[in-house]
Design a protein around this ligand. Structure first.
Ligand SMILES: [Zn+2]
Ligand SMILES: [Zn+2]
Length: 363
């Protein structure tokens, strides 16, 4: 193939049909596909960076000549092109079409293209709690707080800093980034044509995450509140907070909502949302029970010492060669389990003379 025909092929590489109600966004298999008729929802699959997740979803909802985009992918130029091609293919020009971007939470894989959408003319909506997340977690002080907490849990100094460094800036702060936005609160409605999507708080994965809920069609946009691909990551917040407890309450509430059509940040719905929420809650409860058993067996262990005893499928024999991001997920979610056991009164945390937290089961 000559370079000329190669260039022509590249030029023709998007917008091709990939079945009914589907068009390609490039030649790498990224597509925009209609996933629901009422409301009319299109899934835009975008490249995910840095984790084992294969992709991240942005959803475009259309009605009455307006567009609602739920979450905005990771920030790279190819994803920017893919999302803009999806909008173009759907006849949406944010400069002409009233377009709203709703961000479920401020993780970089969900707000990465917020600036591009805002600059193209979209109105950006952020839940109040997510703005609070941005102010609390997208600042260097949080990196230091994280490192200090992991040190207190017994992580070696260098590793505590390494793990904090690898993750702390995965929250984007729209204020310091100067991305224009306005806020909404739980209970508010995000309107689109004939539809009204209710903003519903869903804390756990982050402090302020919110989902969108349309009760008539029982449709929900869930961000990372629950996934079918894997268990959603629950990291520690501050000492005295209980993110896992929050997540268990969120899963319980979502299980009772009667969601029929769920659109999540990663992957697709596979079966009953209610069953998935309850199953995921059980999964967390089993891990907490393992943590409690390990503490009962070895009272006075530090958090860091307890990580391998919590039943993770992870290469603890090759810990040093394990990517920092993976080690971060393991340590952080283990600490969240310990915080949960302390919050529920099952475990007592004592600070030793060396400053390290040690754990004891409450009889
Ligand atoms: Zn997330
Ligand atoms: Zn995500």
């Amino acid at each position: 193939m000559t370079s000329v025909s190669g260039a022509a092929a590249a030029g023709e590489g998007w917008g091709q049909g990939c079945g009914a109600n589907c068009f390609t966004l490039d030649e790498d298999g990224f597509t925009c596909r209609r996933v629901l008729d009422a409301p009319e929802v299109w899934r835009v699959e975008l490249l995910m960076h840095d984790t084992f997740l294969p992709s991240v979803n942005a959803f475009v909802v259309l009605d009455g000549g307006e567009a609602l985009v739920v979450d905005a992918g990771t920030p790279d130029p190819l994803n920017d092109t893919r999302l803009m091609r999806a909008l173009l293919g759907l006849g949406v020009d944010p400069a002409e079409t009233p377009t709203t971007l709703f961000c479920t939470h401020a993780h970089i894989d969900h707000v990465g293209l917020a600036r591009e959408l805002a600059e193209a003319g979209a109105r950006v909506l952020v839940p109040e709690g997510v703005l609070a997340d941005m102010r609390r977690f997208a600042v260097p002080a949080w990196r230091d707080e994280m490192a200090a907490r992991m040190r207190a849990e017994g992580a070696p100094d260098a590793e505590a800093v390494e793990l904090a460094d690898v993750i702390w800036d995965h929250v984007v702060n729209f204020e310091t980034e100067k991305i224009a936005f306005s806020t909404v609160a739980p209970g508010d409605a995000v309107r689109l044509g004939r539809w009204a999507f209710e903003v519903v708080a869903a804390p756990g994965h982050t402090v302020g995450q919110c989902v969108l809920w349309e009760p008539e069609t029982r449709t929900a946009f869930l961000g990372d509140a629950v996934l079918f691909l894997c268990s959603t990551c629950i990291g520690f917040w501050g000492e005295g907070e209980d993110p896992l407890g929050e997540q268990l309450r969120t899963l319980g509430a979502l299980a009772e909502k009667g969601i029929e059509h769920a659109f999540m940040g990663h992957g697709l719905q596979e079966g009953s949302v209610s069953e998935r929420c309850l199953g995921n809650a059980d999964h967390h409860e089993r891990r907490s029970a393992r943590a409690l058993a390990a503490i009962a067996e070895r009272p006075g262990s530090t958090g860091y010492e307890l990580v391998p005893a919590m039943g993770w499928r992870a290469p603890f024999d090759r810990w040093a060669e394990t990517p920092a991001m993976t080690r971060w997920f393991l340590v952080s979610e283990s600490i969240a389990h310990l915080d949960h056991l302390v919050a529920t009164g099952a475990v007592r945390r004592e600070r030793g003379a060396d400053g390290a937290h040690r754990y004891f089961a409450v009889e």
